[in-house]
Write a protein of this length. Structure first.
Length: 444
């Protein structure tokens, strides 16, 4: 029997949510827990996981659609399960909001599938068709919606339409107010960065995420999916990774300087930083430089605490081009191989086909992990920090020995998770998110 995919309730007073992005399309094979789509409300953005494994079918609500809580937006058919396409699958059409109670749609999601999706009343207020989120951003940015052209269905104004009209002010919902507008400085950012979360608590400093070797900023999305982190979240692509430039600086301090400039270009106030593996070493260097107001630091499976590293993994990973060979190396990252979902493998495989990207990462491996050795040290950097620092490691890490975390200054909290490999942010997702939530709130 196919599994419903419904629009969940992500805050107490939520009645509708806008689907801002699908990460899978009609007919795609998805795995349970895989990132499926993203919704937005007036308060937050939230990523929704697939409730089951199978084939995504009958996607009823496209990007930009405003959907009542509890309504079915798609179905997932098990592999081999018989599927009969409906006679017609009309696009979602906007209509006036029904007077019927929302509870009826929630109580009967199957019946609701065949109905057109209602739009929040605020969407057509004042003669202007706009999403609630677009209205709030426009209001807080001082933008007259009558002057904005909408790109959504029937000309509805969406968030991106409003943001395109505020070149000298960052979207108000993206993060707490800062003294320097984001868009006024982002041209100074040398690295690619994306706000993954808008945040719903203006008192919290943004959380900056830095990925590890061979990855990119999208690797944080599985950790964030379905979480309740309240901080705005900015993720950065390191040089030679993701969409950042592929020129590799000569030393780790030069990379730290690029990361520092990128953070400063997006946010002028205090931040909290969390980073993984090679990125954690970069984060420690950034913190030690003292040029940013970093209130707390979380390092996950950090490099730079000892000389040993699995050099065979580094070389094998950057050389692998076929799925079978790539997966063989990826299995060393985790203890639970079920975490290597089809989407995870597919995304990593796609990167392996980019010869320029892999050439840049080969240079990173040769330069900073020569002969299977970490040629940099962050212990002195950590010892000199006055901010709260937490280190998270997996006891069964097969890339960087967990023993490297021993002997750190007593004021640094070290969390060692049994039965966990090099990816605690995936293998112990809920616990890592809880740590990040605690340290973000304590940092203010």
């Amino acid at each position: 029997m196919p599994t419903e995919v419904i629009l969940p309730k992500v805050d107490m007073d939520m009645e509708t949510g806008q689907i801002s992005r699908w990460y899978a399309k009609e007919g795609d094979s998805v795995s349970k827990g895989q990132l499926l789509f993203e919704i937005e409300t007036d308060k937050a953005a939230m990523e929704v996981d697939a409730p089951a494994s199978g084939i995504l079918r009958d996607v009823k609500a496209g990007e930009g659609a405003v959907v009542p809580v509890g309504q079915c937006v798609a179905w997932i058919y098990a592999e081999g399960e018989t599927y009969a396409a409906p006679a017609s699958q009309p696009d979602v059409v906007e209509i006036a909001v029904s007077s019927a109670p929302l509870d009826a749609a929630i109580a009967s999601p199957v019946a609701a599938v065949a109905e057109v999706l209602p739009v929040a009343a605020a969407a057509v207020a004042d003669g202007v068709r706009a999403t609630p989120l677009a209205r709030r951003i426009a209001r807080e940015s001082g933008i007259d919606l009558t002057s904005v052209a909408g790109s959504g269905p029937k000309g509805r104004i969406q968030r991106r339409d409003v943001e395109a009209n505020v070149p000298q002010a960052r979207p108000a919902a993206a993060q707490p107010a800062v003294t320097v507008p984001v868009q006024a400085k982002t041209g100074d950012a040398p690295l690619h960065a994306v706000w993954l979360r808008q945040g719903n608590d203006a008192t919290l400093a943004p959380l900056v995420l830095i990925h590890g070797f061979g990855s990119d900023l999208n690797s944080w999305r599985p950790m964030l999916a379905g979480t309740t982190l309240d901080s705005p979240i900015l993720a950065i692509d390191l040089p030679g990774h993701g969409e950042s430039p592929r020129d590799i600086p000569a030393d780790i301090d030069a990379i730290a300087a690029l990361v520092e400039r990128t953070i400063a270009a997006h946010h002028a106030g205090p931040v909290v930083v969390a980073a993984h593996s090679f990125g954690a070493a970069i984060a420690a260097k950034v913190a030690a430089r003292g040029n940013l107001d970093i209130r707390a630091l979380t390092l996950i499976a950090p490099a730079g605490l000892g000389p040993e590293i699995n050099g065979a993994f580094l070389q094998g990973f950057v050389r692998a081009r076929a799925e079978a060979s790539l997966v063989a190396w990826m299995k060393l990252l985790v203890q639970d191989e079920s975490l290597l979902t089809k989407s995870f493998v597919k995304a990593t495989l796609a990167q392996s086909q980019d010869e320029g990207l892999r050439a840049a990462q080969t240079l990173v491996a040769d330069r900073f992990f020569a002969d299977g050795t970490q040629v940099f040290d962050i212990r002195r950097n950590l010892a000199g920090l006055a901010m709260p620092v937490r280190v998270i490691v997996g006891a069964a890490d097969r890339i960087i020995p967990a023993a490297h975390a021993a002997g750190l200054p007593g004021e640094i909290a070290v969390h060692v998770f049994a039965g966990t490999g090099h990816m605690p942010q995936l293998e112990q997702r809920e616990k890592v998110v809880r740590i990040l939530r605690e340290i973000s709130r304590s940092a203010g």
